[in-house]
Design a protein around this ligand. Sequence first.
Ligand SMILES: Nc1ncnc2c1ncn2[C@@H]1O[C@H](COP(=O)(O)OP(=O)(O)O)[C@@H](O)[C@H]1O
Ligand SMILES: [Mg+2]
Length: 448
Amino acid sequence: MRRFLLTVPNFANKMVGNKFVGKTAVLKLQKAGGNWVEGDRFFNRASELQALEERVRDGAHTLLTAQRRMGKTSLVRELLRRLGDGGGFEPIFVDLEAAMDPADAIAEIGARSRSAQGAWHRIQSAFANALRTAGDQVETLSLGDLKAKLRGGMSAGDWRQKGDDLLAALAENDRPVVLALDELPILVNRLLKGQDGDITPEGRQAADAFLSWLRHNGQTHRNRICMILSGSVGLEPILRQAGLSAHANIFSSFDLKPWNEQTAKECLEALAANYGLDLPQEVRVAMCHRLRCQIPHHVQQFFDHLHEHLRRAGRNKASLEDVDIVYQRELLGPRGQMVLDHYENRLRLVLGGNGYPTALDMLTEASVNHGKLGNDAIALFHALAEGQAQSVPVKDVLYTLEHDGYLAPEEGGGYRFVSGLLEDWWRARHGQHFVPIADRDVAAGPKR
Ligand SMILES: Nc1ncnc2c1ncn2[C@@H]1O[C@H](COP(=O)(O)OP(=O)(O)O)[C@@H](O)[C@H]1O
Ligand SMILES: [Mg+2]
């Protein structure tokens, strides 16, 4: 078997989609349009694609971690597209965001497996009861209808057996399968927690059963099915809260980093070239400095707002003043704040009604304090939590904020906001009436 499908040259950052562009050519990139990107809208990430491909060829299961909007879904989609296109693999991408329970997840994987020609016949036999009423139409059913049929044929008790049959069939497919399970942590979180967002004993049991099943199949079919897990919230902090971390052992983590400044500037240059804009070097540098952390989505958003601003002004050359105006009015303005809603929802989902207020408090504390959360402040947060019967301890909240990329440890102790944009957003949204922890009567509880 060929070892490297993606023959990546040294000038990796001159790569768009699967085309390499010579150093003299002007690189052009289309705007993303909000959703994940692949092909011609996919920029850079050549070394990440190569590393992930090596893992797949070595039969290693991967847990892809990174903050929201770092480009996890895009990276996995693009990897699968390339591995499927003459790469000798059967790519199956499954989004588990809407799955309510293990049977839903199995039905979703089953429906998406219809494209695996070498396995589909066996899968149909395993689900013969569920598919009988569909007759010959199975091939033409929409994916949603197919999923509903598969789901309808499973009782609460037999998802495990059906899931085993499904993965055994996939393992027999002529081409080895790369099975990407996006948003798996959302499903695990949903299984674990009751209405109020706290982990229940039944929830823990359900998550344990599902993760054991996944682990067992990952081990049994190693080298025939390679799994890549990813999600908009981290799996490890959730498993840690539930004491189920051991289930992640078969997955080796791959941490997707932000772009470096050079790549972000090249991305801005390629976007500008595509839309006939002139973004001088100093403008691109200023944009990157504002963001501080080059999360691809933020780079794209900044460009998009600047593009709209210049269009309204009837110009195509941007100045430093334009950068300031767009940053303040658009990125930090009402439309930017809407994006922040999503971040908050995800934090609420992971930390529940109990841990979430602490996270909100800590992030706001850092945002009004030049991005820093010092050890003194952390000690006060511990004191504040004492006697409040916190189900998510302060140290777990901090772990989640670090793991999910909000805060990073500082050399001299304490933490610091990673992204300049997130820090400014947070301050704009929550900073105004905030009372810093040092000014509170800690014994009396939070004042907000
Ligand atoms: N490789 C990339 N090239 C261009 N834009 C990207 C890339 N990766 C991410 N983006 C931008 O980030 C946005 C979010 O990407 P997505 O893959 O959905 O992130 P995640 O799954 O980590 O939340 C995309 O809509 C796009 O604007
Ligand atoms: Mg995603």
